[in-house]
Write a protein that binds this ligand. Structure first.
Ligand code: A3P
Length: 294
């Protein structure tokens, strides 16, 4: 078990993207042959963009808003395709192979690295995107608490590593542009973290529509209140407190702040200027938009 977590500071590189040892090369290669099913649902995001939040929401949409179902802690049951399940010693992709339908699959791989079946068969895909300033702040604190991610070094260094794409799971910029290039595909829904913060019930209705699920209005409201930041932070099944082997909760918390705009407390004026001009050249020119404050 600890062997998998052990090599915190020696990420390896696959297809130009760096990964921690909890994402084995053999597992990444095997995704080429991962068989999708027509009723699979895949949630994709760059790390720290709200994947666990969305996973909780979509689980409840698929359960018809039944919040009473007994559950495992979020971090031991969210099946990240590329990641090793620590207790089973195999990747979640292997575990998923034997799970009954309908399967809810999670991944931080970018869209073009997903199993070919996802592209070819139009698997229903929800992509969660978050403004990159809040992503890099959240990722920085997450590196501090995770026993799996490399040491981030200082904030200044981490920010420049993030901008150059020199972080595990690769470049945020390539990740979002990759799905942006595929946005016209039927069955891909891009959901923004900031929109979920502004109006979670509206986001829930949008996701339910993609998945072809009818929810009552009280059902939508129940999911929204169950998945609010405060409710997920006080719920031991969703707040990350049950996985001390992966998270050092003395350093930071998984449910850290959950807001839009915390970057303002981290970026210097000079860092902000450099970041903005790079963002303009890479993202804004392609027409992809994010909100940085609400
Ligand atoms: P912060 O570190 O900014 O607080 P992921 O699940 O992709 O790793 O994303 C983690 C981020 O989503 C963290 O951001 C976490 O607090 C935030 N998050 C998790 N659940 C949330 C919720 N219910 N509402 C708002 N933000 C949430």
């Amino acid at each position: 078990t600890l062997g998998i977590i052990g090599n915190k500071n020696s990420p390896h590189v696959f297809n130009g993207v760096s990964f921690p040892s909890i994402v084995p090369v053999e597992g990444l290669k095997a995704l080429e042959n991962f068989e999708t099913r027509p009723d699979d649902v895949v949630i994709v995001s760059y790390p720290k963009s709200g994947l666990n939040w969305t996973y909780e929401v979509v689980t409840l949409i698929l359960n018809n808003a039944d919040i009473s179902k007994p559950k495992l802690p979020l971090f031991t049951h969210v099946p990240y395709l590329e990641v090793m399940h620590i207790e089973h010693g195999k990747t979640y992709a292997e575990i998923l192979r034997d799970l009954p339908s309908p399967r809810l699959i999670a991944t931080h791989l970018r869209y073009s690295m997903l199993p070919p079946g996802v592209h070819d068969n139009g698997t229903k895909t929800i992509y969660v995107a978050r403004n990159p300033k809040d992503v890099v702040v959240s990722y920085y604190h997450f590196h501090r608490m995770s026993r799996v991610h490399p040491d981030p070094g200082g904030w200044d260094k981490f920010l420049s590593d993030f901008m150059s794409g020199n972080v595990v799971w690769g470049s945020w910029y390539q990740h979002v542009l990759d799905v942006w290039a595929n946005r016209q595909k039927r069955n891909i829904l891009i959901v923004r973290y900031e929109d979920m913060k502004k109006d979670l019930p509206a986001a829930i209705r949008q996701m339910a529509a993609l998945l072809g699920r009818q929810l009552t209005e009280p059902g939508v409201q129940l999911i929204a209140s169950h998945c609010s930041f405060d409710s997920m932070k006080s719920n031991p099944m969703t707040n990350g407190s049950k996985v001390p082997m992966v998270f050092n909760n003395d350093e930071s918390q998984f449910m850290r702040k959950g807001v839009v705009g915390d970057w303002i407390n981290h970026f210097t004026v000079a860092q902000d200027r450099t970041f903005d001009s790079h963002y303009l050249r890479t993202i804004a020119v392609r027409g992809m938009e994010f909100e940085f404050e609400l």
